[in-house]
Write a protein that binds this ligand. Sequence first.
Ligand code: BGC
Length: 836
Amino acid sequence: MKAFRSAHAYGMLPDMLRSSRGPPEQAVLSIKTAATLLCATCATQTGSGASELPYYGLSPPVYPSPVGNGTTSARWAQARMHARDMVAQMTVEEKANLTRGWPGACVGNTGEVPRLGIPALCFADGPSGIRGQEFVSAFPAGIHVAATFDRHLMYQYGRALGSEFYGRGINVALGPVAGPLGRVVKGGRNWEGLSSDPYLAGSGMGAITRGIQDAGVIAAPKHWLLNEQETRRRWTPTGHAISANVDDRTLHELYAFPFMDALREGAGAVMCSYQRANHSYACQNSKLLNGVLKTELGFEGFVVSDWDGQTSGVASANAGLDLTMPSAGFWGGKLVEAVQNGSVSEERISDMATRILASWYYLHQDKGYPPPAIYNNTEKHFPVDVQADHARLIEEIGAAGTVLVKNVDNALPLKKPKFLCVYGYDATLKASPWQNRDRYGGGYEDNFGWNTFNGTLVTGGGSGGNSPPYVVSPFHALQERVTRDRGILRWDFYSDNPPPYLNTDACLVFINAYASESFDRASLTDEFSDRLVLNVASWCANTIVVVHSAGIRLVDGWITHPNVTATLFAGLPGQESGHALTSVLYGEVNPTGRLPYTVAKSESDYGHLLSPSASSTSSSSSSLDSNDDIFPETNFTEGLLLDYRYFDHPANNKNNSLAPRFEFGFGLSYTSFAYSNLSATLLPLPPGARTRHGLAEYPDRTDTQVQGGHPALWEVVAVVRCTVINAGPVEGAEIAQLYVDGPGRDRDSPVRLLRGFVRVGPLVPGQRGEAVFELTRRDLSVWDVEAQDWRLRRGAYEVWVGASSRDLRVRGRVTRRVPSKTEAEAIRRDPITNAS
Ligand code: BGC
């Protein structure tokens, strides 16, 4: 602990003084910040010592910026070599031109070097489809993809997305998203990302990145790092952005964790975030960029700023930023000047340019990449249609990410109903045109503060939203079904008290919860929608509620009403919304969607994690948060305890007082499953064989660092298996989930962690299948803040497999033994071969 603390104590001042090279008002603020930091340093010296909290406020300096070296693979080595050769022929001005944005057709356009045949690179949003273009698809949002708990679909998603970006000549896709991770329950952008569980989010980040890059496009996982709220996310002339203050262990085990998966899969770019992290702006935070990303995680590609997220010139260059967007920011001619006067080394600017080109070569974009086909939709242009048959995949993911949370007396699936009532503003398309002609979900400029979306919600708002070619609404798809069955329909998309039709078989009520970039949500419910459900349920004995939501939506206003027979969380499904939903409602798809978050009974159950800090409405942020108008900050005092980890922790869940309404990982099926025969094995070293890393406590430090972290972290060290039987009446697949509790758990650690999930089946009634989980060294390790490394602890690892984070069916354990005296001696002589 000591080394880490002292690194903190010395760290910040040089970083901040560098950042005072901004405009005059920033320089003033930076000096004030430096003063505040000195006080924080004083606090460290008088702090009680038990927690790291008094040490917040200092981000250790890590300089110089590591030069990419291509050691990850032969492919990176070759890409790096080509890039280096090319950059060696460039003038400083040409290098600087590659590191900045220019106005152009794309959301971001780099400078070009025509003399050497280097084109401008085109960057576009976003994570769920090309935003703002015609003839492109609208895919489900990240949170919906996470709800599938299906790696295969996650990959297919990335691949299809990537092929659309490729077809339009976009070099860099701005996604996928794991920042925000979802710390703040009302966070406006949580839906763009996958889940607040880092393992689930990481599985998606890896699979989607691989998919995008297999299609030839550079993925830019974002926003690195700790961009957990929209409130005060950015610098303004009247105050700094919020500082997300986090301890070292939490930074690694929670927030950086899912990015590791994307890096491991070869991500060629990473976007740094707007806000401050431990008081230093993320796009000039040398610990985050030079330290964690480029050293520990061996990043070979380039760091691009979030749009206008650069807050200094020299400081950001030396801290590891490689490209500023969307204009020159603090660079351009100033960067040339800084190189000439020695504030930024020539090696640094060469590495910036080399990193950008290395990713370009890594994806073979130098060989016949399609020219950008990006248009302003107010002009007539040739249609470049890249949709292929992605609608089919979009429908499949739409259905797979739909979560059934209540189903009384088999209300669902529907059995060829003759008469259906369809109610609620979310059932159909809104009658008015899109608020912003390029975005279905609205641009953040015209939807500020919305709680709901007045039309069916298929995506959220802001840069993560998309531009569907069409939207199949639930009403549209239901009408197709009912027409086929020669039934009848009645509807009301307007009122919160629709007219009763007493002969109906079922009443489907559609409500939604909206969220957007640029503001956090005001509430997790809304009165109009809750009233609507209760009014229908007051007379309709078979009320089925469908919730489209950009994040967590509470349902306790009506979920226990006896006439509410079924409820579905239908997420943000993209353009095929209605088709995806009806396939579940009518039972052609037996639901396998699982909640990627915890639905509490009331807002207050989320405690200080409910609301963003530094907002006028934040109720219970930590007492250590500062709502100082100039230097707002938020302390991540909960550490690793987000979502189900928070709800399950004994400190919060005294006498089971904090039972959620629906826990993380929960979701019903039309059948049921039984679990048995769990076996868990810690892999033995092959007899006499010299394995690379075995079960040694730490990865071998003499190894070359590669992108994604030490290779040993990704080695499988344990396997858990169990049997799953379809014990119900119809065919279906189960999402079996593995949770682990490691040895030596302290009071800050979660009770158990998701560390595996697998789709078993489809199985016919009575059929059995096997769930197999492979656990890597990283899955079982903790971040050791003293050793500054991932540590595989000795002792017993309890494992559970079940249907959700609270429905744990079978249990086992593996033990990493304490070695005998002779073994200990053998380990001392040869730690790699003999450790166990
Ligand atoms: C967002 C990014 C986005 C960029 C370009 C920013 O405001 O935070 O996520 O990629 O704009 O549209």
